[in-house]
Design a protein around this ligand. Structure first.
Ligand SMILES: [Zn+2]
Length: 155
């Protein structure tokens, strides 16, 4: 699993345990290259969601990407990691229950912003400010790279 911080491919699993009432396995990972710590989940995917980008391009929905953007927006915020996990699962469940497996990227962004707004204003503002550019660029990697300096400027 590639390190989300430095891109190193050789990361280590520190701990695996069931999470969220045993619907997934939570793995804590460590990157020996940069010291970064992150968590991955292994779960059954009931429905294959497809993201429709504003360009019309279709892409398989990737929970990891969604999770990464949310975690970066919430970096160093005083919010329990379990709460963040629940929040992300809640967002995915909402997406899965929209009734259509094809979901415009705009809808995903709006659901994330709506959820963040309820939980943490600072994270919401971080996410929303970058999201505006993201809609124009429609490029997730760019989105994340723009989020990161904003999130770390408060260190
Ligand atoms: Zn790393």
């Amino acid at each position: 699993m590639r390190c989300p911080f430095c891109g190193n491919i050789d990361t280590q699993v520190k701990d695996s345990r069931p999470a969220e009432d045993h619907v997934s396995i939570r793995r804590r990972r460590f990157c020996p290259a940069c010291g970064g710590r992150f968590t991955t989940y292994e779960r059954v995917q009931l429905r294959d969601l497809v993201v429709i980008k504003s360009s019309g391009r279709r892409e398989d929905f990737d929970r990891g990407k969604l999770e990464r953007s949310i975690r970066i927006a919430m970096q160093k915020r005083p919010i329990n990691p379990e709460r963040i996990d629940q929040m992300i699962s809640g967002i995915v469940r909402r997406l899965e229950s929209l009734g259509d497996t094809d979901i415009p990227s705009k809808v995903i962004g709006e659901i994330v912003m709506e959820t963040l707004a309820r939980i943490d204003t600072v994270s919401y503002v971080r996410f929303a400010s970058v999201y505006k550019n993201f809609q124009a660029a429609d490029d997730f990697d760019k989105f994340v790279s723009e989020l990161r300096p904003a999130a770390s400027s408060e260190e």
